[in-house]
Design a protein around this ligand. Structure first.
Ligand SMILES: [Ca+2]
Length: 143
């Protein structure tokens, strides 16, 4: 998950149309979290390790936490993009989410078959987006 803490696309690293200042990376396999960490964007365009990040998963959901106060973020609203890749290298982004006082819970579930032929039209990913605490505006969706 990439977080644009200052909501300025000219600062940070630009995945998914954001200027991401922070990121949370969660790695796992077969429904289990194997590792998770938070990162801070450097002025050189590289990520540096910022610390641990809590994360948990079950058979349908993944939850990760970036504590804004610990990262020095005082903003009450941030923009975010979730990015997913599987063990075979398939990638996907969630919609760019612009914070407007609400929060967005984003869930991703793989629908990919064990083997998919190139060019096939199989559903690959199911996204569940749920707004909480106020409206959330989703400006784009790129798959
Ligand atoms: Ca930024």
């Amino acid at each position: 998950m990439f977080v644009d803490a200052d909501r300025n696309s000219s600062t940070g690293i630009p995945p998914g149309g954001l200027g991401a200042d922070f990121a949370v990376q969660v790695s796992g396999r077969q429904g289990r979290v194997l590792s998770s960490a938070s990162y801070r964007a450097g002025g050189d365009g590289n990520w540096s390790l910022a610390g641990a990040a809590a994360a948990a998963a079950d058979d349908r959901r993944l939850e990760a936490q970036l504590t804004l106060e610990k990262m020095g973020i005082t903003a009450t609203s941030v923009d975010a993009v979730m990015y997913a890749t599987d063990w075979l290298g398939a990638r996907d982004y969630t919609p760019e989410v612009r914070g407007r006082g609400g929060a967005l819970a984003a869930g991703a579930r793989s629908l990919a078959p064990p083997v998919a032929l190139r060019g096939s039209a199989w559903p690959m990913l199911a996204l569940t987006l749920t707004a909480a605490g106020g409206p959330v505006q989703v400006l784009s969706l790129r798959l």
